[in-house]
Design a protein around this ligand. Structure first.
Ligand code: SF4
Length: 315
């Protein structure tokens, strides 16, 4: 397997009237071709900002992004259009990410028109749209429907079809099933896994739902307030967690066994402000195992076991 994407020390700060908001603060990881990296954490931890920086919907403040070995951090505008063919995004809410005045066919076809696919041959583009609709399980008869005429699952299939229109290699999936009913979530996740197998796609899968991330990921990064706190293969993380925040996250997953219970760790305390954050571990005010050092020095990500990285002063 070869590496498709590498991110080194990525930072994204926003200016606010109160100071610099550290949305993403020095995140590093890599993904191999055909694999899925799950990125988990609670709302506001910077996971969506991270995804948007990687595909250049947002500029980065610092750090490097490499795609197929090429540094694309400060890619020129002309080259960005070309790289969009390889890197696409699926958004959480298809209602706000697709134009409600366009038909299903025109939504899926729009990227092909922008990129002048098939030399601008409209008949070929339309044929491709119908093929993609077959692939994502959207009936061809819906081609002239509008998004509001369809249910949530079908609308998300439009989002996936649009992301596939340019035959990308890599897709950032930003909470793609969070707004859907549980039964529809399973259908969409299975569809995404089938597409990955057929097309060798590589995903970053952003979610706050640990059950979903377990189902779909090869590797997992856990984020807390802009920093990466734990990173390892998915099966290892569900066997053993080192970081107190990861332990708390996993304790919230329901156990699917009659009579079985998992002790829930309830986090208390104030969430640190991401604006001009104090030195020290960002999780310290809520951590049940915090010690004085935790409030003074930010822990570095260390490899505790093969492929298992943790940022915590306990180790
Ligand atoms: Fe808790 Fe300290 Fe580890 Fe942070 S570094 S998670 S405060 S023990």
């Amino acid at each position: 397997m070869s590496e498709l994407l590498r991110v080194e020390g990525l930072k994204k700060y926003f200016k606010t009237p109160k100071g610099q908001l550290h949305a993403v603060d020095g995140v590093s990881f890599s993904i191999e071709k055909g694999k899925t990296l799950g990125v988990v954490g609670e709302s506001g931890c910077g996971k969506s900002t991270l995804g948007r920086c990687i595909i250049h919907l947002l500029d980065t403040t610092d750090g490097k992004i490499f795609f197929e070995g090429k540094d694309i951090t400060n890619i020129r505008k002309e080259d960005l259009k070309e790289s969009r063919k390889d890197m696409q995004m699926i958004f959480q809410d298809p209602f706000s990410s697709i134009n409600p005045r366009m038909t299903v066919k025109s939504i899926i076809m729009e990227p092909m028109v922008i990129h002048n696919m098939y030399g601008g041959d409209k008949a070929k583009q339309e044929e491709k749209v119908l093929e993609i609709m077959d692939t994502v399980g959207l009936a061809r008869r819906l081609a002239d429907s509008y998004p509001h005429e369809l249910d949530g699952g079908r609308r998300q299939r439009i989002g996936i079809a649009r992301a596939l229109a340019l035959e990308p290699k890599f897709i950032v999936c930003d909470e793609p099933v969070s707004a859907l009913d549980v039964s529809i979530q399973a259908q969409i996740l299975n569809l995404m896994q089938d597409l990955q197998e057929e097309r060798g796609l590589t995903y970053i899968f952003i979610t706050h739902d640990m059950s979903v991330v377990k189902h779909i990921s090869d590797d997992i990064c856990v984020m807390y307030l802009g920093t990466l706190v734990e990173k390892c293969p998915a099966d290892k993380l569900f066997e053993k967690q080192f970081h107190p925040y990861t332990e708390a996250l996993l304790s919230a997953i329901p156990v699917a066994k009659v009579g079985a219970r998992r002790e829930r760790i309830l986090l208390k305390g104030e969430i640190t402000s991401p604006i001009n954050p104090e030195p020290g571990c960002r999780f310290a005010p809520r951590c049940l195992r915090a010690k004085p050092e935790c409030f003074r020095k930010q822990p570095e990500l260390k490899e505790l076991e093969p492929e298992h990285f943790v940022a915590c002063h306990l180790y």
